[in-house]
Design a protein around this ligand. Structure first.
Ligand SMILES: Cc1cc2nc3c(=O)[nH]c(=O)nc-3n(C[C@H](O)[C@H](O)[C@H](O)COP(=O)(O)OP(=O)(O)OC[C@H]3O[C@@H](n4cnc5c(N)ncnc54)[C@H](O)[C@@H]3O)c2cc1C
Length: 596
């Protein structure tokens, strides 16, 4: 049976020692969010994830969801867990107090999100989608819509969805055909079919608030003609209760590879009543608020699954006795040594550990920037934070989920055949991790967003600023005794990233295929540099703690050893990525269609 313990030691180290979480309490509205209070909230979240959600993960996977006369039944125990989840206030933690939220920093939700994904990714999808709907409504909804829908989304009585995909319109939303006709009374009538809608129908909440992309009759073609509508399953009464059933029904649920307890639905909208969110034809702008938040959340899914897979693979590797260490028995009284003695097994586990801790640190750095972007009194700080969130969103989404899938696979390999069978739980993590590379815009699309939109933004301001921050930390670390090698390694990879950026600017402008051909490798190159940068920051902190005789020696020693592994064995991958980018588009585009 798998187990999960929330990595609170590492979380506290990052929040308090590396990222100075105390800075958040200085932001207006966050006065109560002291480090001690945040610790307490996170400890509560950890207990909930370990004791309530994790025990439902394997059973939820085995049972799956079922469609019963148009209604979706979630697996046994999900409804009771959701009731506790809402009663304990987890749906409200970072939401606006004006509408009933607790008003804690987004950063806190970020940490909880990782734990939820480790404990039970399928369960996390339901409140995750509701939070996305909350964000889009909060930023683009009319005051009337906010008053009617936000309090119920925040307290979790009602759930939310995002309805973008249609059978013929996945990545290319510009060709979607769902229609919205003005009803004459300020409302609209929505007709069309959406597919693959997560949490599209279920029994956890009494109502579901669908945010639906559709086209008005006078819509221009392409994405510039898309509007966003709020379409509830049940129309609310004037008093805020449940009124009549709206014209939206669940046609079927998908049978799929992973996240089997998350309902993935075909939704049919038949003259359903809805209301416009934001301006006509500007729906993508509103939907992007939801999509950007969701992209970060999906990145955390990759991290969360990688963490729980690591914990279980490590526990197994410490107990499983097979073969002898190459240098002689380490367990001479036993029949064999634990497999953790073998360099190949250690290499796999260290790879996961080094990536997890580095990716977690990067995610938290971005999480704090979200709060600075929303709350800091200085407009320049807000802009700087917004720039970094924008630049890092595709990196977090794609790098963390690509590594998440690779890592769950490595974890499975650690268990040999026992990893492949159900009992140990690891094969579920591999299956569950796969979708995160696909939804919320495939990872290829994230790479195109990074290269095509984020790099050229404002003449390259975002990426230049990122280089400046990393270079500053490289220079600082170079002056710390014992970290010179790490600083040199990261400085080298940063140079490779800068070189790739210049190359893209020159070639991509002349031939867009050059940008398309390089995009995924470029995103991974940036991912390695960003995670390496976080390792340099952690190594700097731990080295200073050790020099000052502060903190737990074993913890900081392990950080430095893991940092050394990262710089020695993982960061050099940037050289291969640069070489692939330099080879250009020609080797990819040369083959004619009939030569494949
Ligand atoms: C379990 C699950 C849950 C989902 N939940 C939701 C949800 O809640 N709401 C929702 O609206 N949708 C949801 N989706 C849909 C999901 O977001 C889409 O599947 C995804 O965006 C890709 O679209 P597609 O499947 O049509 O693939 P396509 O767009 O057909 O892409 C196929 C392949 O071509 C590549 N490709 C396509 N266009 C380009 C391009 N321009 N450049 C480079 N490569 C390209 C893609 O990267 C991909 O590898 C979900 C899907 C699944 C499987």
């Amino acid at each position: 049976m798998p187990t999960y313990t929330a990595p609170l030691d590492d979380i506290r180290y990052l929040l308090h020692e590396v990222h100075d979480i105390g800075q958040l309490a200085a932001l207006p509205g966050f006065e109560d969010a002291t480090p001690a209070m945040i610790d307490e909230v996170l400890a509560g979240g950890a207990t909930f994830c370990e004791d309530v959600l994790f025990p439902l993960n394997q059973s939820g996977d085995a049972e799956g969801v079922h469609l019963d006369h148009g209604e979706v039944r979630t697996p046994s125990g999900f409804k009771a867990a959701y009731t506790r989840y809402t009663a304990d206030g987890w749906t409200a933690i970072s939401a606006e107090p004006t509408y009933g939220g607790t008003g804690l920093p987004e950063m806190v939700r970020f940490v909880i999100e990782e734990m939820l994904c480790s404990a039970n990714l399928s369960f996390s999808m339901y409140p995750g989608l509701s939070h996305g709907a909350y964000s889009a409504l909060m930023s683009h909804g009319s005051e009337e819509l906010k008053q009617r829908f936000l309090p119920k989304l925040i307290d979790g009585t009602w759930g939310g969805t995002m309805c973008l995909t249609e059978a013929h319109a996945g990545t290319d939303l510009g060709i979607l055909t769902t229609k919205a006709e003005p009803a004459g009374d300020g409302a609209y009538r929505i007709t069309g079919q959406k597919i693959f809608i997560s949490a599209g129908e279920h029994d956890l909440t009494e109502n579901i608030v669908h945010l639906v992309l559709a086209k008005l009759p006078d819509a221009p073609g392409g994405t510039k003609g898309i509007s966003l509508f709020l379409v509830p399953k049940f129309l609310p009464t004037e008093e805020g209760g449940l009124g009549t059933r709206n014209g939206v029904t669940c046609g079927s649920v998908e049978h799929k590879m992973g996240i089997k307890a998350s309902a993935t639905c075909v939704l049919n909208f038949d003259n359903a009543i809805g209301w416009l969110v934001g301006e006509p034809h500007k729906g993508m702008r509103a939907m992007f608020v939801m999509m950007n938040g969701a992209r970060l959340a999906v990145g955390l899914q990759g991290l969360g699954l990688s963490e729980v897979a690591y914990q279980n693979a490590l526990a197994y590797a410490k107990e499983r006795l097979q073969g002898r260490a190459l240098t002689g028995p380490k367990n001479p009284d036993g029949p064999a040594d634990a497999i953790l003695v073998h360099p190949d097994v250690r290499k796999g586990l260290l790879r996961i550990k080094a990536l997890n801790e580095g990716m977690r640190s990067l995610a938290y750095w971005v999480g704090i920037r979200i709060d600075l972007e929303h709350r800091h009194p200085d407009a320049a700080v807000r802009q700087d934070a917004a720039d970094m969130v924008a630049l890092m969103t595709p990196v977090l989404k794609a790098f963390l989920t690509d590594k998440g899938f690779e890592n769950t696979n490595i974890a499975l390999q650690t268990l040999g055949g026992h990893g492949y069978i159900r009992e140990y739980g690891i094969e579920q993590y591999v299956r569950d991790a796969r979708i995160a590379q696909i939804y919320e815009g495939t990872n290829a699309v994230q790479a195109l967003d990074l290269v095509g939109r984020k790099l050229p933004m404002d003449g390259g301001r975002l990426v230049r600023r990122f280089f400046e921050i990393v270079k500053g930390d490289v220079d600082t670390a170079a002056a710390v005794g014992g970290l010179e090698d790490f600083a040199k390694a990261l400085g080298g990879s940063l140079y490779q990233l800068q070189k790739a950026t210049m190359l893209l600017a020159e070639r991509g402008f002349a031939n867009p295929d050059e940008a398309g051909a390089a995009a995924s490798e470029y995103l991974h190159l940036m991912g390695y540099v960003a995670v390496g940068w976080q390792w340099l920051r952690m190594a700097t902190v731990s080295q200073q703690r050790l020099a000052a005789g502060q903190g737990e020696r074993r913890f900081h020693d392990a950080k430095l050893k893991t940092a050394r592994f990262f710089f020695a064995r993982l960061l050099p991958e940037t050289a291969t990525l640069l070489a692939a980018i330099q080879s250009g588009a020609a080797p990819i585009m040369a083959l004619a269609v009939d030569e494949f």
